[in-house]
Design a protein around this ligand. Sequence first.
Ligand code: GAP
Length: 461
Amino acid sequence: MEKTIDKIVSLAKRRGFIYPGSEIYGGLANTWDYGPYGSQLKKNITDFWWKTFVQNRDDIIGLDSSILLNPKVWEASGHIGSFSDPLIDCKNCKERIRGDKLIEEHLGVEAAVGKSLEEVGQIIKENKLKCPKCGKTDFTEARSFNLMFKTHQGVVEETASSVYLRPETAQGIFINFKNVTQSTRTKIPFGIGQIGKSFRNEITPGNFIFRTREFEQMEIEYFVAPEPQEQIEEIFENWKKDALSWYKAIGLNEDNMRFRDHDKDELSHYSSMTTDIEYKFPFGWGELMGIAYRGCYDLTQHQTFSGEKMEYIDPQTNERYIPHVIEPSFGLNRALLTVLLDAYDEDEVNGETRVVMRFKPVVAPVKAAIFPLIKKPELTELALKIKQTLQNNFAIEYDEAGAIGKRYRRQDEIGTPFCITVDFDGLEDQTVTLRHRDSTKQERVKIEELESILFREINGI
Ligand code: GAP
């Protein structure tokens, strides 16, 4: 079975996971709205991320900072100066293209990374690279295009009121470093995690929700002592393991993931060591997340630009220093796309092809569906009663429409791990049939056990 992005896009729309944005107005390119199942799936992924990295760890605390920050933050962080891509225009068809991406597609990553604007222009000319839209080779000079969305705060549109939509959630964490250390009893090493929207005016968004201009990140800034170096490297390695385990826990197949270390000239302006986890998308290997060693770059910059001390005082030695930072930065939308891709399956049940989303119970948007075998008042009454007792703790659906086989298929397509059917025997002995999505096996269980079964399966214990 071939898994294509088109299959996922069509299932996502048909079953209410993801719709094209602003559709009734003809759409807005590369924007997507998360429907009833998509928004629940997204929430389950963020909840599980928060539980894994914030709630269950004693060394990480949470934060939720603003999207709009004082513009000086972006001067200090280097985003105003360095957060840009080389942009070229095709003189024939006017297509706007990211110069480095054009080089990467034709000549590989090595040829594209770390090149100056002049070099990008030269490489494209010398290799006679063609416009992907019209095939011509005549381009404008490469120029720098800043990816931050700029807008105005308040009623006066003047420079003094300019603000940017954040291009990463990370800076909101750095600028709250002092607040957090003063209001909590955190001791290094410790991390601050947050989940939220980020915005980048990407030149070439695309591949469904892989690259969009509005997206969500789940980021941790993990503060460590500046030395010894071996300890920093050990913590970095542990983050690689923890991140990979988390992706496996949300259902990603290990064979579809790999680590890729950034070359020196590929590193972001703030990083001296970065490893990406890449995923084998239908369109090729692509970045799922990055783990970067940002040194003391950000806190030092904010200390310089704000005049506020960003030091940490070691409670044992009284030593003062600006902490170093390891940053695991997860993209929520890419995580969701890969969960959809790895869950998608087609198999045969009773001689018919079925589409089944094999979501791990922890992320599945609906945990269980409850059906009366047929639409008889005794059965519907008991089925609704069971639904009521379960739905306070789990996302449950009730369905009484159509043949039971059809109802199973509907749930398989949205990845519901369990279907519970109430029949006449159940009225006598207070049992139901529990059908497992992946094996389609059914077992008879007591109604009073349903809650603990679901709890066990969802929490993997
Ligand atoms: N604070 C570090 C940082 O933002 P990044 O590699 O630029 O690093 C981290 O972004 C993650 O955010 C990426 O690995 C990806 O999952 C997600 N991401 C970045 N740009 C994105 C976009 N335009 N659309 C969707 N996800 C994006």
